[in-house]
Design a protein around this ligand. Structure first.
Ligand SMILES: NC(=O)C1=CN([C@@H]2O[C@H](COP(=O)(O)OP(=O)(O)OC[C@H]3O[C@@H](n4cnc5c(N)ncnc54)[C@H](OP(=O)(O)O)[C@@H]3O)[C@@H](O)[C@H]2O)[C@@H](O)CC1
Ligand SMILES: Nc1ncnc2c1ncn2[C@@H]1O[C@H](COP(=O)(O)OP(=O)(O)O)[C@@H](O)[C@H]1O
Ligand SMILES: [K+]
Length: 498
């Protein structure tokens, strides 16, 4: 598991390390600069005309230390003080002095031009407001300049908390981040500004973040083997859960198929689909392994019987928003006693009838909205959600007490009392109709096998992204279909098994 702290959280870990581990700030800075320079040397970059642009905070201090170390490597290096020298931190002043003592010169304004390497050390984790005035002009001039562009810790101008770029930000080819990638460098648009992100170990003790429930985590492939539900030799289908998929409407049989297929591919023991009568033949043909139960009209008794049968319920994919669908959703939300994944039209209906939210009988619900669905639920514009997704998601899950999976190129998963997770797997091949139905099916399949709602959601999102990577490998970024994704869940699970 990786921490993805924002600037405030990273500073808390830095301060903890300085205070409790008795490692002076200047030593951390020196390590940061050394690992940055090691990265430059490993990549055999051209040191013939290097410019390091420094701010007055400690990011600038790193910059001066980097300038000195590159000078020692025989580079031709100039440094620029882009900040207000009167506001320099003690460490930055010291690093500037050391650079001068090593023979370097410090300019006081950045000259746009052609460099072999241009290094941005203007702002890092301490960016606290919009970039304006001379700073803005400097960052834009840096972006217009030539050379390999490297950012120290964070590209200047990117919010470490949201990834937002309020005015402008440095466009890096490579960002070297110290100890942890910062949250803002993995969320968009910050991710685009950061370019490739590489993380170096400078010995900061991040254990203090474990106690900070706002600090986000990301899963790595090595974490998931231990999380996956086990399959015992002496077992039968009943041991791996009965999943009820309430999905599909006229012309939307595919959604039910994809969710059910994904639940089976993920390992669920038995999948039953509840869908309108007209979908019977097609679903029976596409997925003979599933039990198909059909309805023509709203039949409360039958629905309650099915809800009682299931170990996990998945409702909403392609369900439509007719009055019949609304009654099915309402009955399900009010009566289900097992974990329940609510997707797509289930969420659209819920947004129209927000009173249902206050009637959920327990807290074992997983909502899987994409940005537009979430915007309908929380009644905020998509742009605001994109700018401030974590805060809005945290507030929503605090009030609704459910697990919420906010889907996007960087899907975020939140539940009250848990660290939020940001998903780092997947790619743009997955931006295609039906991908979300597959995800809802994967999460349902994991919960069917006994995972908690939160763990099932976190792991499901990660697996779904890995499936996207495997499917892209086979079919290419343009041609992956949602059913390839569901099948690729199998490819990924098999690889993990080996
Ligand atoms: N020991 C450590 O802590 C270690 C830290 N390390 C390094 O330090 C970095 C963090 O350093 P930092 O905390 O000093 O913040 P930093 O990013 O340099 O910026 C703060 C300065 O910018 C200013 N400022 C902010 N926003 C502004 C704006 N929009 N427009 C104008 N000004 C603005 C702000 O001014 P103020 O808000 O105080 O007026 C302040 O002067 C971190 O990313 C890593 O690189 C590593 O070496 C490891 C050890
Ligand atoms: N560019 C991307 N990178 C990574 N994942 C993506 C990308 N685009 C889409 N996805 C994933 O694909 C799924 C799309 O879901 P959704 O929009 O609900 O599709 P649908 O409703 O058509 O099934 C989500 O899990 C999302 O995270
Ligand atoms: K920077």
């Amino acid at each position: 598991m990786l921490f993805l702290p924002d600037g405030r959280q990273m500073k808390a870990a830095d301060s903890y390390t300085i205070r409790e581990k008795k490692i002076p700030s200047l030593i951390l800075m020196e390590r940061a600069a050394r690992t940055f320079v090691e990265t430059v040397m490993e990549r055999k970059l051209d040191l013939s005309n290097v410019c390091v642009v420094c701010g007055s905070g400690n990011n600038g201090g790193d910059g001066f230390a980097i300038a000195r170390l590159l000078l020692e490597k025989g580079g031709c290096v100039t440094a620029v003080m882009a900040g207000n020298p009167d506001h320099c931190t003690e460490e930055t002043l010291r690093q500037m002095e050391l650079f001068r003592e090593a023979g370097g010169t410090v300019g006081n304004s950045f000259e746009e031009g052609e460099y072999s390497i241009l290094i941005d050390a203007v702002f890092g984790a301490g960016l606290s407001r919009r970039v304006e005035g001379d700073y803005l002009a400097c960052i834009e001039a840096m972006n217009r300049s030539g050379g390999v562009k490297l950012a120290v810790d964070v590209p200047s101008g990117v919010s470490t908390t949201t990834g937002e770029v309020a005015t402008s930000a440095f466009r890096a080819d490579l960002t070297v981040s110290f100890q942890c990638a910062k949250l803002g460098c993995v969320l968009y648009p910050g991710r685009d500004y950061a370019g490739e992100v590489t993380v170096t170990d400078i010995g900061v003790d991040t254990s203090v973040l474990e106690g900070d429930r706002e600090a986000a985590y990301a899963l790595e492939e090595k974490d998931i083997k231990t999380m996956l539900p086990k399959r015992r030799p002496n077992s039968h289908k009943g041991d791996y859960g009965k999943a009820l998929i309430i999905a599909g409407s006229r012309g939307m049989a595919g959604a039910a198929y994809l969710a059910a297929l994904a639940a089976y591919r993920t390992g669920a023991g038995l999948v039953q689909i509840y869908t309108p009568e007209e979908n019977r033949t097609i679903l029976q043909t596409l997925l003979p392994e599933a039990i198909i139960r059909c309805y023509d009209f709203f039949d409360e008794k039958e629905l309650l019987r099915l809800l009682n049968w299931a170990d996990v319920v998945n409702i909403g994919s392609g369900l439509g928003t007719s009055d019949k669908s609304r009654r099915i959703l309402q009955t399900t939300l009010e009566n289900v006693q097992v974990p329940c994944v609510v997707d797509a039209d289930g969420l659209n209906l819920l947004a129209e009838h927000s009173r249902y939210l206050s009637r959920l009988p327990h807290d074992q619900f997983v909502f899987t909205p994409h940005m537009k669905e979430m915007s309908r639920i929380v009644k905020k514009p998509v742009e605001e959600l994109q700018r401030n997704r974590m805060e809005i998601l945290t507030q929503f899950t605090g009030e609704a007490r459910i697990t919420c999976v906010l889907k996007d190129a960087r899907t975020c998963i939140c539940r009250q009392g848990e660290h939020p997770y940001v998903n780092l797997s997947g790619n743009a091949a997955m931006a295609k109709a039906g991908s979300g139905d597959v995800l809802a099916g994967v999460i349902t399949g994991l919960i069917a096998q006994g995972m908690t709602c939160f763990d099932g959601a976190v792991l499901g999102v990660y697996l779904h992204g890995l499936a996207g990577e495997a499917a892209r490998e086979e079919k290419g970024i343009y041609s992956v279909l949602a059913r390839d994704l569901a099948d690729a869940v199998g490819t990924v699970l098999k690889r993990l098994e080996e």
